[in-house]
Design a protein around this ligand. Structure first.
Ligand SMILES: CC(C)(COP(=O)(O)OP(=O)(O)OC[C@H]1O[C@@H](n2cnc3c(N)ncnc32)[C@H](O)[C@@H]1OP(=O)(O)O)[C@@H](O)C(=O)NCCC(=O)NCCS
Length: 178
């Protein structure tokens, strides 16, 4: 398996990956929705605000994650992890965790202070995320599953409560994603 940063040359295989993985797990409609979301994320996000990581096996992309810039009122450098996909045949083998750890190590080299995500707390706890309350850091949209609002600090310092609004990149500014 080869882990590397995402480049735009992988645009189409990445869209196909998300479409097939989410069609298999959530149904075809959700597969199309996530494929459109990922394409939008890659097209509309300033390259300096988007970090993708891919994992390849036999030169085929079998996993992909994206981190996009997340603006927080404290002024710290933050990114949010979303979405994540591992090809259906390769799930449950630790690939997703390896990919997330690879991404977090890269973010550390870029002096990123905080990483957020919104998802299953049991899964993301395996790579260091813990549930946070919105009194600590607000989410940019009302959360349908507040238990899934998660974060971790990469600089070793505890996350301090911050008052004020947060801002995600344009592709994530869709209330139905939250
Ligand atoms: C969720 C996903 C990214 C996990 O990647 P993976 O490579 O299959 O997971 P790993 O092998 O790294 O981790 C497996 C562990 O996580 C758990 N796990 C896997 N998917 C999970 C999920 N959706 N929710 C909770 N736990 C999950 C497994 O039970 C396993 O736990 P164990 O180590 O205690 O046995 C992958 O299964 C996937 O792409 N699923 C469909 C798309 C999706 O739901 N993406 C996440 C939302 S964006």
């Amino acid at each position: 398996m080869k882990l590397s940063l995402f480049h735009q040359s992988a645009f189409q295989p990445v869209v196909e990956l998300f479409k097939s993985v989410f069609s298999a797990s959530e149904g075809e409609v959700e597969g199309d929705v996530i494929a459109d979301f990922v394409a939008n994320l890659m097209v509309t996000t300033d390259p300096q605000d988007l970090i993708g990581c891919v994992v390849e096996e036999n030169e085929k992309i079998i996993g992909c994650i994206f981190f996009s810039r997340f603006t927080v009122p404290s002024g710290q450098t933050a990114f949010i992890l979303s979405p994540v996909a591992v090809s259906t045949a390769m799930q449950g083998l630790g690939v997703g965790q390896q990919l997330i750890r690879f991404g977090l190590e890269y973010l550390k080299t870029q002096q990123v202070d905080l990483v957020f995500t919104y998802g299953d707390p049991n899964y993301y706890a395996k790579t260091g995320f813990t549930p946070i309350n919105e009194t600590l850091v607000k989410a940019p949209f009302p959360l349908s599953q507040p238990i899934g609002w998660l974060a971790q600090s990469l600089d070793g310092k505890a996350i301090q409560p911050m008052s004020g609004e947060t801002q995600c990149v344009q592709a994530l500014c869709d209330p139905s994603l939250w």
